[in-house]
Write a protein that binds this ligand. Structure first.
Ligand code: ACM
Ligand code: ZN
Length: 739
């Protein structure tokens, strides 16, 4: 008897979750009996206050289902949708809270403010079940009380490293709103591009918005003030606040490339092409810098109604200030202790200017160094210490540490369960101090993500963060979230969102059958619900490609492309693996120069294991040689005919991983006396920030030899403009292939 009761209880419990797949999870949900069927005959009741929500809902119905609801004067809910602003007791009177009642009679959404009605509509949209055949719009009967835990639920989008179109920004505003997020932190100025039109300084977007590569390619773009007004107004209609970020005093190369007189040295500079931390920044001793920034901010606040303006403040090296007479004079005149206090002076001046215009500043946690500006909100990113320190000083904080909130990081370091486990309130804060935690943001830096890759980085990690910020601190259970996520994917599919994996998707185990000269590649799919397909002919995998079932046997060098599919749709980017079966495979290799232990523990056998390094040199498969050449000898054990020698090197200029100046190949019969057989160079500009593996190959004709020596020259000279100038250059080697 008890067992049966428990079973019935469990069934009804699972029914709730089977049907109420809303993300973020509402605070209180009660499933009621039956459904409401929405039809073109359904009416909508609204007031002057709720008209904008009525229009929004109707435009959604129009685009999804091809009809709108006619309005009714009658505030009863029979066959109607009612939109009311009216205090809701069960929502703590939270300004974003709402009450949603759906039963067979109709739908009522009541909210403390229109914001809440908008979120009620977002929940309603997720509850709609459309019959694929009849197109009947069925909505399960339910009663929901809902409100957010955190008021700051944001995304920081870097449109500087890669420019994003106006339509793309609007699409993201919709995606944020759909997940009940309410802040778009718009990163608009950087070393690599100034993206906001400033009428008083038109050169900023003529010069500063474009970067030039050595091959003549020009990359860039900017938003006109008209574009920005359009985007801001769109965001307002979605209850999203756009917080512009105008970086200072660092990350300002694009500005000082345009106006070098605003720097300490006077330049000249070029708009950055590499990622990193540039040493040339705004001069803090020059009054012109402050005039310029005030002029810029005056136009910024005309465009953005946001109470908060983000002024950056991160990663500002003090090298130039230390050697600038103007900056040093300022330190003396103002009685400052050092360059950190000079940065604090800088930020405080800008804060008091913005305060005088009725605005407040947000800065990255570096603004704590040298003394925090009196009213500043601190966004902590280097862990949570900045947030803890600032909150203890009674400053508001946004907690977005690299550990959980940097969605430009690979899924291997920051997977969805980890994001979901994030607690925006550091344990170190008392309940009182914790009130200063406004919320958090997902950070989307775009060094390695042009617009077409942004979805992959953000989804579903941003979805997990949305729930953390709305629903926390309710008990969170990743497995239960993951179930709801499965149906959320259907919504994302409808919105053409290219989401990626929840966890590192594949594990590889390779073995080599010496007798048969074959690789046996075993692959494990780590995430449920995904099917693995692959190609070996260089084409992109589809659901018609080879379906992975057991093992892949390779009897020659092969490049494999793997695609994971959820139903018919590929999830995440294609994963590539390369195997070489050459005369070098498993041959003894002697290194004449020393590798770093940081990569593959310096184990030289990875150079002849036949498993090629991939498109991330940090993920394994490479040996690193820092500030030294690469020199190695391979013993083929007997005189062997060779026709081609290849060595692969990685290029990642921003990280000082550079290609060798040249690679020279030598042969010998005795392993002592070597003879050069040729030098190979590859053209690759140091200004190119791409990450790629480049092969240095030498073709010869039927040469008999036993020993081969490879020498690669480390380029020790790095130009002074390089953001990592002064650092030591790496050569990263992946494999030696002898055919
Ligand atoms: C940052 O990631 N430099 C704030
Ligand atoms: Zn200076």
């Amino acid at each position: 008897m008890e067992k049966i009761f428990l079973l019935v209880f469990m069934l009804s419990f699972s029914t709730i979750y089977a049907q109420i797949n809303v993300i973020p999870k509402p605070q209180k949900v009660e499933l009621l009996y039956g459904n409401f069927i929405l039809t073109p005959e359904t009416k909508i009741f609204f007031t002057s206050e709720t008209k904008e929500i009525k229009d929004y809902f109707n435009s959604y119905l129009k685009s999804e289902f091809g009809f709108e609801l006619d309005s009714t004067e009658l505030p009863h809910k029979y066959k109607s949708v009612q939109l009311l602003v009216d205090p809701v007791a069960g929502t703590n009177l939270n300004p974003e809270g709402y009450y949603l009642l759906i039963d067979e009679q109709g739908i009522v959404i009541r909210a403390n403010k229109t914001n809440g009605l908008f979120y009620g509509i977002q929940t309603l949209k997720q509850l709609i079940q459309t019959d694929k055949k009849t197109r009947e719009i069925k909505i399960p009967s339910v009663e929901i009380y809902d409100y957010p835990k955190f008021k700051w639920r944001g995304l920081n989008l870097d449109c500087c490293r890669h420019f994003m179109s106006k339509d793309f920004i609007k699409r993201y505003i919709d995606l944020l709103a759909f997940q009940k997020m309410n802040v778009l932190h718009w990163h608009l100025t950087e070393d690599q591009g100034w993206r906001i039109e400033i009428k008083k300084y038109p050169e900023l977007t003529k010069i500063g918005a474009f970067r030039k590569y050595d091959d003549g390619t020009v990359y860039g773009g900017f938003y006109t003030q008209e574009d920005i007004r359009e985007i801001v107004s769109y965001a307002e209609s979605r209850f999203v606040t756009i917080v512009p970020e105008i970086e200072m005093p660092g990350h300002s190369t694009a500005a000082i490339a345009t106006y070098p007189e605003l720097s300490c040295t006077g330049g000249p500079f070029e708009v950055g092409t590499l990622w990193g931390i540039y040493k040339d920044i705004y001069c803090a001793g020059n009054e012109k810098t402050f005039e310029f920034i005030k002029d810029v901010l005056s136009e910024v606040i005309e465009l953005f109604p946001s109470k908060y303006i983000h002024i950056g403040g991160d990663e500002a090296p003090k090298d130039r200030w230390q050697n600038c007479s103007k900056c040093q004079q300022r330190i003396k005149d103002e009685g400052l202790a050092d360059e950190h206090e000079l940065q604090s002076y800088f930020i405080k001046r800008i804060e008091s200017f913005l305060n005088s215009k009725g605005r407040e500043i947000i800065g990255w946690d570096e603004i704590l160094e040298g003394g925090l500006a009196p009213g500043a909100t601190v966004q902590s990113w280097r862990g949570t210490k900045g947030a803890i320190d600032a909150a203890k000083m009674n400053h508001n904080v946004i907690v977005s540490p690299t550990s959980h909130c940097y969605f430009d990081y690979p899924i291997e370091t920051t997977d969805v369960p980890k994001v979901y486990s994030f607690n925006p309130i550091p344990d170190e804060l008392t309940e009182e101090e914790a009130k200063h935690v406004l919320g958090s943001e997902g950070n989307m830096w775009t060094e390695y993500a042009p617009q077409h890759l942004v979805d992959y980085r953000l989804f579903p990690r941003l979805t997990a963060l949305a729930e953390v910020l709305w629903t926390y601190p309710k008990e969170r259970n990743y497995d239960e979230f993951a179930v709801r996520l499965q149906s959320f994917y259907e919504r994302l599919d409808e919105m053409n969102v290219n989401y990626t994996y929840e966890i590192p998707p594949l594990s590889f185990a390779e073995s080599f059958d010496k007798a048969k000269n074959q690789f046996i590649v075993d692959v494990k799919v780590n995430q449920k619900g995904l099917d693995l397909f692959y190609t070996t002919d260089g084409s992109e995998p589809t659901v018609n490609s080879n379906k992975f079932s057991e093992k892949i046997i390779l009897d020659r060098s092969t490049h494999i492309k793997f695609g994971l599919f959820r139903k018919q749709k590929q999830v995440g980017e294609t994963i590539e693996k390369s195997y070489s079966i050459s005369k070098a495979k498993n041959k003894k290799i002697e290194l004449l120069t020393s590798p770093s232990n940081r990569f593959e523990r310096g184990n030289s056998s990875i150079l002849t294991d036949g498993i090629r390094g991939g498109n991330n040199y940090r993920a394994g498969g490479y040996l690193g040689f820092q500030s030294t050449d690469f020199e190695a000898i391979i013993d083929l054990t007997q005189s062997t005919e060779i026709n081609k020698i290849t060595t692969g090197f990685f290029a990642a200029s921003s990280s000082l991983v550079l290609l060798p100046e040249y690679v020279e190949f030598f042969v010998s019969d005795d392993g002592v006396n070597f003879k050069s057989i040729g030098k190979v160079k590859e053209t690759f500009s140091i200004k190119d920030p791409s990450w790629k593996r480049i092969d240095f190959s030498l073709t010869i004709n039927k040469l008999q030899t036993r020993y081969i020596k490879i020498f690669a020259q480390n380029p020790t000279q790095v130009p002074e403009w390089h953001p990592a100038f002064g650092g030591r250059v790496w050569l990263m080697v992946d494999e030696i292939i002898i055919e």
